[in-house]
Structures are given as C-alpha cells and as structure tokens.
Design a protein around this ligand. Structure first.
Ligand code: C2O
Ligand code: CU
Length: 478
C-alpha cells in the first residue's frame, strides 16, 4: 500500500505541474512550430483506499485514478494538444473515454470498437485536443457499470480564452455509492434487479468524493459552479435554498443564461451544468442544498455555510455572465436526414422479444443473456455490432427519440454534440446543445446535429446498468 501511496503523490504533483513535453515535441514530426506546446498527463488506474463517509466510518476500498476519488481534475485551455498516458494497475482491462469531447474516433476509448482494451499492467496513450471549452469528464468504457461505480471518473475542464468573470470557479463531482454498514462497496454490480429498473441507485451521495456537511462560501461572492453527475444511475434535482442559480452551460456547451425550471437543476447521469451562483446570504448564515429529484427520497446534499468575513460586495455583481459559443457546426434542419429511434424494454415495458446477435429471440432468452432493453428492437451485447444508423458525413441529421418505456433514460451520443430542438412535439425555448439528453418515461425528443466526425460512435443510455442491459448501439458516420 505504501508504494502505491508514494507513487500516487508523485503522479499527482506531476499531473498538476502539467509538464510541457519539449522533448516529445522535438521527436514528433507532426507537431509544428505554430502549435501550442503539448501538455502531458499520466493517469494511473488502481485500487485505493479513501475516506468516503468520514470518521468514525472506516475507509472504503475503491478503484481510483492517482489513488483519488474522483480522479485528478484535468484542466487545459481550449485547443491545447494534450497527451494522457493511462496506466492500468487494475486486475481487469480498462479504457478511458473523454465524455462529451469531440475527439477523433481512435481516441474515444471504447473497447473493441475504437481500441483494444488496456490489459492489466499495460498502458495506452491518448492524444487529442479539446475543440470546445467547458465542463467535461472522463471515465472507463470497459465494464463501466462496475468501474465507474467503484470510483473511476474525474473532471476534465477546458478553459475558455475569455473565462467568466467570477470570484471562484468550483467543480462538484457528484458521486453515488451503494455502501454496506462497514462503508465497503456492495459488490452486487450489474444485478438484474438494477438492470431492469432504475439502475444502481446507491445510498450514499458524495461531493468530490466525500460525504459533506457543508461547503464554505463568502457573502457577496459570485461563483461558477460546475456540476458533474458521475453517478451510475442516480438523477439529481438540486435546489439551492435562498439562492437563485442561473444555468450558463449544459454538457459543457454555453446556453442562454436562465433560471432552471422550478429553480431546480436536473442532471441525469453523465450530464453537466455550469451555474452562476451569487452568494446573497449574510455572514454566518447557512442554506441547504437539497436533492428533490425522486419523490419521497429527498435529502440534504450539504449546507452552503457563510463565513464571518464581511461581504465581498453589497449588491450582486453587474458583470455579464454569458459565455461565447463553441465552434459547433449548425445543423440545417430543412436539409436534414431524419431518423426514428425508439427505446424499449424494462420492467412494465411489455417487451416480448428483440433481436440479439442478429436473430429474434423471446424475452426469456434475452433475460438469460442479461438483456432487458432495446433500441429499435435490438438488444446489444458488447460494444461492437452492425450500426443502428449510418449517417452521411457532413450531413445534418435529426433523430426523433421516443422513450417507449416506464423509466428515465439519459441518452448519450459519442463524438458529437446535438441540439435538443423539441420535446413531445413542442420546440424547446433554448435549443440547448447537449451530449446527453434525459428522456422522461414515454417522452419524445428531437435532436439535431451535423454528422461531421467520421467513425463508429456509441449511442447509449448512461444509466450504466441499462447500457449493459442492451440499451446501446453504434451510429456510423461514413
Ligand atoms: Cu460517458 Cu459512452 O459514455
Ligand atoms: Cu436507461
């Protein structure tokens, strides 16, 4: 254990220093003079022990990057070439997926589809630049229901050239754990009960890897709070008592600043929201942040605890809070290919049969294979299969997603961001860019994007138990 701890500290300082690879540049013929210098990071995936719940509870055995949960926050300027070496010191294969980042296909981290999984003891080098500024995250794509659930994930923050004028830029990675009484992780990952219902919803919610009583704030300050839902299955609906959050970005992409519906910030698994919070309370006051998403299961996430310092300013800051748009191609709705995608299955879904491995099988056979969900009637086993859709490169595409189930599904497309242009037939007021769209039971949504990133891309539910339960497919851009 002590050698692991030592190397973790070592890695962390290495990582935070963000060593610029002058030597590597000299050797790499494609890195020419005008490029900003390459920045290198190392992520070691390994078992670790951390205090999730805090004393008097014992530490928890987790799987972490750099022996931390969540992994180290990677921060890079937009467009900066980066190289991340992932070392696998787990006892099983892994990969890293850069969620929401429009990377070249070979860097997408999907086992067997875009790369060979990284064997125990081996490493893999990811080389890419982030074309969009915003809040992203990274996590394994191999057995992610277990690997993410044991702690493997971290924030990837891509900085704007012109950052928001705030007093503090804060990231909250929200985690959800199913712990036993001794604070160890329940190892019932992927059980059919979770797979066929709402997924693995845990009993312990952490903010940046720790159950927290409070978060210290100063009266008068303006904070940019980057919320990342890194849970396997839990949907969050956060309410900030006494405060008026404004959403300025969703899934990393700027959106017209607005108050969330009903004052509640809703985040399905994998989704992010950047909010601007003005600390309008008085020194010494306390306000609750509550998660009210699941009826009758509300709980206090933590308190915003005001320190005694005199307010930083008396009236809220008048500076504008809009973010400049990222360079996303605008879909041409009049000329778009249209596709229907229907989600089926699950408990109370009435699915009697689906296609598996190219043939139609009944629900008993599906269940026997751990499958209960389907997209367009196909229950997917593994990451590699015939494409659900093949899209012409650089064509605009509108996908109508229909949730024909009794459950929520956060549907994620790799390699692209899309506009959510309608819900249940009504145009959305902000046509927000997302990489993950949360569909309520029986809801319909239309998404639109330009299929400009060639390759085979995963399209799946980010409730990780639904993903292994069949709700996944490949979209080919050719
Ligand atoms: Cu966040 Cu397919 O992944
Ligand atoms: Cu789902």
């Amino acid at each position: 254990m002590s050698t692991t701890a030592f190397s973790a500290i070592d890695r962390r300082s290495f990582l935070l220093a963000g060593v610029s690879g002058a030597a590597a540049l000299a050797l790499a013929p494609r890195a020419q003079a005008a490029m900003p210098p390459l920045r290198e990071f190392t992520l070691v995936a390994a078992p670790a022990k951390v205090s999730l719940v805090g004393p008097p509870h014992p530490d928890t055995d987790v799987w972490g990057y750099a022996a931390q949960v969540p992994g180290p926050e990677i921060r890079v300027p937009r467009g900066q070439p980066i190289r991340v070496t992932v070392e696998n010191r787990l006892a099983e294969e892994t990969t890293v997926h850069w969620h929401g980042v429009r990377v070249p296909n070979a860097m997408d981290g999907v086992p067997f589809l875009t790369q060979k999984p990284i064997a125990p003891g081996a490493s893999f080098v990811y080389d890419f630049a982030c074309p969009d500024a915003g809040t992203f995250w990274y996590h394994p794509h191999q057995r992610s229901f277990a690997q993410v659930g044991r702690g493997l994930s971290g924030a990837l923050i891509v900085e704007e050239a012109q950052p928001l004028a705030v007093d503090r830029d804060v990231t909250w990675v929200l985690g959800d754990w199913r712990l036993l009484n001794d604070a160890s992780i329940s190892d019932d990952f992927g059980n059919m009960m979770d797979v066929s219902h709402a997924g693995r919803i845990g009993n312990t919610v952490t903010v940046n890897g720790r159950v927290r009583e409070s978060f210290a704030v100063r009266a008068g300050e303006r904070m940019r709070l980057r919320l990342i839902n890194a849970a396997n299955a839990r949907i969050f609906g956060l309410e900030f008592d006494g405060h008026a959050p404004l959403v300025v970005a969703l899934d990393g992409q700027p959106v017209a600043p607005h108050a969330p519906d009903g004052g509640r910030v809703v985040l399905g698994p994998a989704m992010r929201a950047d909010i601007v919070l003005d600390m309008t309370g008085r020194p010494g006051e306390k306000f609750r942040v509550t998660d009210t998403f699941y009826r009758n299961l509300q709980y206090r996430l933590l308190d915003l605890a005001y320190g005694d310092d005199k307010p930083l300013r008396e009236a809220p800051d008048a500076k504008p809070i809009g973010l400049a748009a990222n360079p996303l191609p605008e879909p041409d709705l009049k000329d778009a290919e249209r596709h229907d995608v229907t989600l089926g299955g699950g408990m109370m879904g009435g699915m009697m049969a689906a296609r598996m491995d190219g043939k139609s099988v009944d629900i008993r056979t599906l269940m026997h294979n751990g499958l209960v969900w389907a997209i367009n009637g196909v229950a997917a086993k593994g990451h590699v299969h015939d494409p659900l859709l093949t899209l012409a490169r650089n064509r605009s595409c509108v996908m109508q997603l229909t949730n024909d189930t009794a459950w929520h599904h956060p549907m994620h497309l790799h390699g692209h961001s899309f506009r959510v242009i309608s819900r249940d037939g009504r145009p959305t007021p902000r046509r927000e860019w997302q990489d993950t769209v949360l569909l309520a039971p029986r809801e319909r949504a239309e998404i639109a994007f330009v299929a400009d990133n060639p390759g085979d891309w995963m399209f799946h539910c980010h409730i990780l138990e639904h993903q292994i339960g069949g709700m996944m497919g490949v979209i080919r851009v050719a």
